[in-house]
Design a protein around this ligand. Structure first.
Ligand code: MN
Ligand code: MN
Ligand code: MN
Length: 286
């Protein structure tokens, strides 16, 4: 198999966080879509990695255990993907437990705020809290299911986004702590979706400087839904900071055609593939 023909995906979510498919169902869909290398990167938990690994073995898909850690940098929420982590590393498990407790407290507080705004906040929060990693996306789906928002985006814009009636800020761990946690768990830290942070180019460069200083090694240069201008901008940053390029979909659910599972293992020129850092399982894709 040549690198160009291969499909890989190093950024996906299962229902262990805010995806809708169980890990085994996610892997079955990946097999159907001819994905040859898959990472499961749930928000702040690696709880689905054992099931995903077993399913990948059954489908002869290369598996990379991963996570997407939520953190703060200068008061902003930033996401860092950890690839090829050891999900059993005790300090990593402790880090995730801390963040998941913050998540539970936040969703409960957001439920209270939504109730004060006249919405069924208690029920929405209870549904979200059934997930091992409760997220705002769970609240958004509850709003959509009740006809209280027309779409996930509308739910965030009207109720759940920063500055909206249901919003509660969370005191996530700092960026450097999250990166160091991934590195300590034998993982490779990749800055997720750099084009989505609403900061100036100068501030983004400062973020990358600190990310790299903390041990960060990669940047998502090819992500589903990324336009050509963003792709060029991020590729330029990857070269400038000598960060390896990662590829993924940020898949959460089937039925979002603009974010399909699996992408061609093709990177812009003069960018080192992150696959080169992921050991033997990723060798065919370098
Ligand atoms: Mn998500
Ligand atoms: Mn993210
Ligand atoms: Mn994600």
């Amino acid at each position: 198999m040549t690198a160009i023909d291969a499909r890989i995906d190093l950024h996906t979510h299962s229902n262990c966080s805010d995806g809708v498919l169980a890990p085994a169902a996610l892997v079955a869909l990946a097999a159907q879509r001819q994905v040859a290398l898959l990472a499961l990167t749930d928000h702040d938990t690696a709880a689905g990695c054992d099931a995903a690994r077993a399913a990948c073995q059954a489908h002869a898909i290369g598996f990379v255990p991963g996570v997407e850690l939520t953190c703060l940098w200068r008061g902003r929420e930033i996401h860092v993907i950890g690839l090829d982590i050891d999900p059993a590393h005790a300090p990593f498990i402790a880090h995730c437990a801390t963040v998941l407790e913050l998540r539970r407290q936040r969703v409960a507080a957001m439920g209270e705020r939504l109730s004060r705004a006249g919405l069924p906040g208690e029920a929405l929060a209870a549904e979200a809290l059934a997930a091992s990693a409760p997220t705002r996306a769970h609240l958004a789906r509850g709003l959509c299911a009740r006809g209280l928002a027309a779409s996930m985006q509308a739910a965030f814009d009207r109720w759940l986004g920063r500055g909206q009636p249901g919003y509660v800020a969370a005191n996530w761990p700092q960026l450097a702590i999250a990166v160091q946690c991934i590195v300590a768990a034998a993982g490779v830290a990749v800055l997720a979706h750099p084009h989505r942070y609403q900061v100036s180019s100068g501030v983004l460069r400062e973020l990358l400087t600190e990310f790299k200083a903390a041990g960060g090694a990669g940047l998502e240069v090819s992500l589903a839904g990324m336009g050509p201008n963003d792709a060029d901008r991020v590729a330029t940053l990857a070269r400038r900071f000598e960060l390896a390029g990662s590829i993924g979909s940020d898949f959460h659910e089937p039925g979002l055609p603009w974010r399909p599972l699996g992408r061609f293992a093709k990177l812009p020129e003069r960018i080192t593939p992150i696959m080169a850092r992921l050991g033997p399982v990723a060798e065919p894709f370098n």
